[in-house]
Design a binder for this molecule. Structure first.
Ligand code: ATP
Length: 355
């Protein structure tokens, strides 16, 4: 009998508790398709943990994440947290740094039967470097990458290293090699950021040499934004630095139907964290209006990453079926269902197929 699959669930803030409950219900429904028994451990983060433990991401949570097989992370309202010295740290940034999650995989695809702003069907993945670039909260060994030498002067450092660039390039090419189109587009701004994006480009070109089955081109980030809007179907895997990836993946997800459908997986050599692309959506929190699909598809990616292919396929196919009809969609997709009713529809679909 193999060891159970240990998943750590962190609800987070805003709509986090609602979409985590939906995700766990779907996971439970998919359990017959899993190779191993699942053990769920729950810990508080965000405002709930700040209240009881004085930190939005207590040390014990980070330790629990390190010993889990995978983490399901709900959205967090980190922009509303108090300063770091009063316990307000961004759980997402802390976990990415502490677990060395160098890659953020963000797929965006249209779904059969579901209208999307994009006129063309598409299926792409943004592979975003996750630990450096312009992200001042995690790009330095000690201290932050952003500071104010004078009251009216604010500076931020962007860090690009050979090792992180090689890591994300390999992850992107590896993914592309497994996909039907087998194409990588590297997104950069090396015409302006000659050294930093120059180094990033050099690394991706070196990795491209290792993957003869994958075709490869390069594109400036501004052109990439325009091409995404014009024809997202021309892309397969986009490899890029941290902030460009953050922005382009939101654009791609919106073109595919909305942030409520946008799953993502953070991973490194030893750990993986499923995390919805969207934030905590405080405007709809507690109103039974949230679309849980983003966190559900993030968890589906986590299961796939952990080798649970049958369960992942089952969840993906059930989501596809639910999204195909207006009567089984949530309100953000012009359907009529609240979070709870949609979850029931989806868990029924998963249960029916799991038998
Ligand atoms: P935060 O401050 O945590 O980033 P936010 O509301 O500024 O939260 P998002 O959470 O990304 O940013 O939400 C942007 C908009 O999209 C909000 O109006 C929200 O209602 C909507 N939205 C985001 N996620 C979902 C979802 N899962 N289901 C339905 N609507 C969503």
């Amino acid at each position: 009998m193999s060891d159970p699959l240990k998943l750590l669930c962190l609800e987070g803030d805003g709509i986090g508790p609602e979409i985590m409950a939906a995700t766990l219900a779907v996971l439970q429904a998919a359990s017959p398709a899993l190779n191993r028994e699942v053990k769920i451990e729950r810990r508080a983060i965000g405002f709930a943990a700040l209240e009881t433990e004085g930190s939005t991401i207590p040390k014990a949570v980070v330790e629990a994440a390190k010993t889990a097989d995978g983490v399901i992370l709900g959205p967090v309202s980190h922009n509303s947290y108090p300063p770091v010295d009063q316990g307000g740290r961004n759980p997402s940034g802390v976990l990415r740094k502490e677990l060395e999650l160098f890659a953020n995989r963000r797929p965006a695809r249209t779904w059969p039967g579901l209208d999307a702003p994009s006129r063309k069907a598409f299926d792409l993945v943004v592979m975003r470097e996750n630990l450096e670039g312009f992200y001042a909260d995690r790009n330095m060994f000690a201290g932050g990458g952003e500071f104010m030498p004078e009251p009216d002067v604010a500076l931020a450092f962007r860090k690009v290293t050979r090792s992180a660039s090689m890591d994300i390039a390999r992850a992107g090419f590896e993914l592309a090699a497994s996909r039907p189109s087998k194409h990588v587009t590297v997104i950069h701004k090396a015409n302006v950021m000659r050294m930093t994006d120059g180094l990033f480009l050099d690394c991706t070109r070196a990795v491209a040499e290792e993957y003869s089955s994958v075709t490869f081109d390069e594109m400036l980030v501004d052109a990439a934004a325009a091409h995404l809007v014009r024809d997202p179907s021309r892309f397969d895997v986009l490899i890029t630095t941290n902030m460009f990836g953050d922005i382009l993946s939101d654009l791609a997800s919106e073109l595919a139907g909305g942030l409520g459908l946008a799953g993502s997986l953070n991973f490194g050599a030893h750990h993986a964290v499923a995390q919805a692309q969207h934030g905590s959506a405080p405007d709809i929190a507690g109103k039974d209006m949230a679309n849980p699909v983003s966190l559900i598809l993030s968890t589906e990616m986590l299961l796939r990453h952990l080798g649970e292919i049958a369960a992942a396929d089952l969840i993906r196919a059930s989501v596809c079926t639910a999204l195909a009809l207006p009567e089984t969609r949530t309100r953000d997709l012009h359907g009529a269902l609240g979070t709870r009713d949609f979850t029931e529809v989806l868990t029924n679909l998963v249960e029916e197929s799991a038998i």
